[in-house]
Design a protein around this ligand. Structure first.
Ligand SMILES: [Zn+2]
Length: 818
């Protein structure tokens, strides 16, 4: 069972964090904080929590009862949580209590020592990235602790009665800090702390929720950031460390660290409870307001919690939730909350199913210049439980009669009723996410034998030729991937021009940025973008990804396949090498070439490049967390470096003699086959890669997924008339059938720099002779260097190609022939 965690609430799995959204939220935050208290009390109490005990409890978790007397701490008191210690020295402790007089936390004022030392190296590096130190050791004069159960506190604190009690003036400070923490979580993360404390309490489980908030005391720091350590026993990643700077600084709410405690890989969700189907109707107005009445069917295996927390876009307000029998259920949803918590009486559950009906509404769609409406949050427009769990979507859409709704799924019915245009869409295969948009599109359909039906919906200003041009790449991509991977699972694919720079590929439903319809410069990168979105039908949809760490299995794969498509169609001979060079330069040189080819299509320009951290942001494994300072870093790693990782794998699997990539394609097809309709992790992919490589590949994945360093190779060679010594490296083409070897011997040497001592890579080297014949070898380069020594054919060498095909990501320094 997994609850909505602090991390998940900020994660937009198919669409990475956008700076613009954060800035927009910042402006609204100030205003919201003023009206927050008044509104929430009414909303929570009047509309939902009718049970007076439940209502009082929730209210007192939102606004704890703060004692007007405090307890003096004269002896040291320690709180120990995983990798985190608070030592209270001198000062006073003000208990916070709920409506049942249970202690729900405390405020401390005095001298406290705080130490946070993440157990994983990557997390210590992240701590350093954001705070300048790889461990936190600081003092705090004020701190606030919130717990779901008093057992989460040391015995001495629960038994505060034993301590010396005194009248306090700190109640106001306690109130202020509590308010700051709660608002920061709600407004910047959509996270409802009170609801989470309450559900943990109701579960009565030992897995607690513990939050410690403090301002580190640092000299010369006028705006000391609010730091939050969170231990959530029910989250997939139990330990979180967050930082939120004063609103005036305009900094985002940062996930500094987030990790699972055990070293074992993050396992998939234990599917004890999951949504299997969304069923109902969605009405959209001209102005982008959406009303929904959705039934959610759950599969449940024995697990029947008394409350469930769902993720739901903060633009959407729930008006009613009911059970199958029609009973209205109590729920809690604060303004700005990106979710809703519903309370479930025992009778709501049936043997192995649960059906809930959600009514909700809000400004969920953005209206664009041409009158089209696109979802602001293409994922959380339906209530979600768990991380992108596959479900069926059976939905009737209603919109004004001059507009049309386009959605995932097959269009089963299209009619007018009661002054609305109605459309019924139904998915054929459960989808990780369903989506839709509304507009007045001009459409063409391409129906060809042996291919699914292709619908292209564009803005009115596009010509038929432009749509045709897009359709050709969609058709060719489908053909390419069907031939090399596996059959496309649906009957049709619907491609819609999106008025933004953002593209997304849902099952059979692609919103393709206008960039993909209106080529800017070279056709190659634009064709790669179109093909990227088609590739998501296989990587992203047919197989998904387990957690945000594994999202490169979708994005990097789509990115690399898009480039391979360009290489295959070879519409521009140089396009593939240009893409490869652009990735390399984005990763290594700050992207001076990439800006024209790669990043521009995400709407990122020179300013983003200037602010990017590059390799300093961290390893590819961190997924969306890389883009927290500058979105570009997310794209550079998860898309481009990830694509380069696949390029390296392709060269490791390549038959150098025949130049065949069959093993690489078989590996991808096998990966799809083994994990079809599942959410594999990076470790799962490693296992499949190893099956095809024939050897363990820990070294490869460690170097390229979990570490940041990129090698520099210095290489040189000599050709001299000496007898040949035994060959080093792995020869795959020896030229045995050729005329006898001359006395000429080639000696090639490689030095490796800028990487850890255990770094190694096999690098392809090709000898090109004057008569056109080529011999290819792999030179394994380690900390000790690498060497190749071989007898040459008599005809003479024309060229020695080190790192053939730019097979390995690195800085290559040719020190010449000497
Ligand atoms: Zn993508």
């Amino acid at each position: 069972m997994r609850f909505k965690s602090l991390l998940a609430s900020s994660d937009t799995p198919l669409a990475p964090l956008k700076g613009g959204i954060l800035k927009h939220m910042l402006g609204a935050a100030l205003l919201a904080s003023i009206v927050l208290t008044a509104l929430t009390t009414i909303a929570a109490e009047k509309n939902t929590l009718r049970d007076p005990q439940l209502r009082r409890l929730y209210h007192s978790l939102r606004q704890p009862i703060i004692a007007d007397s405090s307890y003096v701490i004269s002896d040291t008191l320690r709180l120990d949580y995983p990798d985190f210690t608070v030592t209270l020295q001198r000062g006073e402790l003000v208990p916070l209590r709920d409506s049942t007089r249970v202690m729900t936390g405390f405020f401390f004022q005095g001298t406290a020592q705080i130490a946070f030392r993440p157990r994983h190296l990557i997390e210590r590096q992240q701590l350093h990235r954001f705070t300048g130190d790889s461990i936190t050791v600081c003092e705090a004069s004020r701190l606030l602790v919130r717990v779901s159960t008093p057992h989460a506190l040391p015995q001495e604190i629960i038994a505060t009665e034993a301590l010396h009690q005194t009248k306090t003036k700190s109640s106001h400070e306690a109130q202020e800090l509590h308010k700051a923490v709660q608002e920061a979580l709600l407004e910047r993360r959509g996270y409802n702390l009170a609801a989470n404390l309450m559900t943990r309490r109701m579960l009565g489980e030992s897995d607690t929720l513990f939050v410690c908030a403090f301002y580190p005391e640092r000299e010369r720091n006028l705006f000391s950031p609010l730091c939050l350590y969170v231990y959530d026993g029910l989250a997939l990643e139990q330990v979180g460390y967050f930082q939120y700077s004063h609103k005036k600084l305009g900094r985002p709410f940062l996930t500094v660290c987030s990790y699972a405690l055990a070293l074992e890989r993050l396992s998939q969700y234990i599917q004890t409870l999951r949504i299997t189907k969304y069923n109902g109707w969605v009405k959209v107005d001209d102005n982008g307001k959406m009303h929904a009445d959705l039934g959610c069917d759950f599969f449940t295996a024995q697990y029947r919690p008394p409350a469930l927390s769902f993720a739901l876009s903060s633009d959407l307000r729930v008006t009613r939730i009911s059970a199958e029998a029609g009973d209205t259920l109590a729920f809690v949803q604060e303004p700005k909350e990106a979710g809703v918590t519903v309370f479930l009486p025992a009778q709501a559950w049936r043997s192995d199913t649960l059906r809930l009906f959600f009514q909700y509404e809000g400004e969920a769609l953005q209206r664009h210049g041409n009158g089209s409406l696109f979802l602001k949050d293409a994922i959380n427009w339906v209530p979600r439980w768990g991380y992108l769990v596959r479900a069926d979507y059976h939905l009737i859409f209603k919109c004004p009669p001059r507009l049309r709704v386009l959605s995932t799924g097959e269009l089963l019915r299209d009619w007018e009723e009661g002054g609305y245009r109605m459309r019924y869409y139904k998915t054929r295969v459960p989808a990780k996410a369903g989506s839709f948009c509304v507009g007045n599109f001009v459409a063409d359909t391409l129906a060809q034998a042996q291919l699914p039906r292709i619908e292209i919906h564009s803005a009115a200003r596009r010509s038929k030729r432009e749509r045709r041009h897009v359709a050709e790449d969609i058709a060719n991509s489908l053909y390419f991937y069907e031939r090399l991977l596996s059959p496309y699972p649906l009957r049709s694919i619907r491609v819609i021009e999106a008025p933004t720079t953002h593209s997304q590929g849902f099952p059979g439903f692609v919103t393709l940025s206008w960039v993909g319809f209106a080529p800017l410069r070279g056709e190659g990168p634009i064709a790669a973008l179109r093909s990227h979105e088609v590739a998501h039908q296989w990587f992203g949809n047919m197989i998904g990804w387990a957690t945000y760490h594994d999202q490169w299995l979708s994005e990097a794969f789509a990115e690399y396949l898009g480039a391979l498509y360009v290489e295959w169609t070879a519409r521009e001979r140089e396009a593939f090498s240009q893409l490869l060079a652009a990735w390399r330069d984005d990763i290594l040189e700050g992207g001076h070439i990439g800006v024209s080819l790669g990043m521009q299509r995400f709407g990122l320009g020179k300013e983003a490049l200037r602010k990017a951290e590059g390799m300093k942001a961290g390893p590819l494994w961190l997924g969306f967390r890389l883009g927290q300072n500058e979105a570009l870093d997310y794209y550079t790693h998860v898309y481009e470096k990830g694509a380069y990782v696949l390029h390296m794998l392709r060269w490791l699997l390549r038959d150098l003699q025949t130049e065949s990539d069959a093993k690489f394609w078989n590996m991808l097809a096998d990966f799809l086959q083994q994990y079809r309709n599942q959410e594999p992790s990076t470790a799962d992919f490693q296992r499949v890669a190893e099956q095809h490589y024939g050897e363990p590949m820990d070294w490869f994945f460690r170097q390229w997924i979990f570490q940041t360093e990129v090698p520099t190779y210095r290489w040189s060679y000599t050709i001299a008339p000496e007898p040949a010594a035994p060959q080093v490296g792995i020869p795959v083409a020896t030229g045995e059938m050729e005329p006898p070897a001359s006395e000429q011997v080639l000696r090639l040497k490689v030095q490796q720099e800028d990487v850890p001592k255990d770094f190694k890579m096999p690098i392809p080297v090709t000898i090109e002779y004057v008569d056109g014949m080529r011999e290819a070898y792999r030179v394994v380069v380690t900390n000790a260097g690498g060497a190749l020594e071989l007898s040459l054919r008599a005809v003479g060498v024309k060229h020695v190609d080190f790192n053939t095909g730019n097979a390995v990501l690195g800085r290559i320094k040719n020190e010449g022939r000497n």
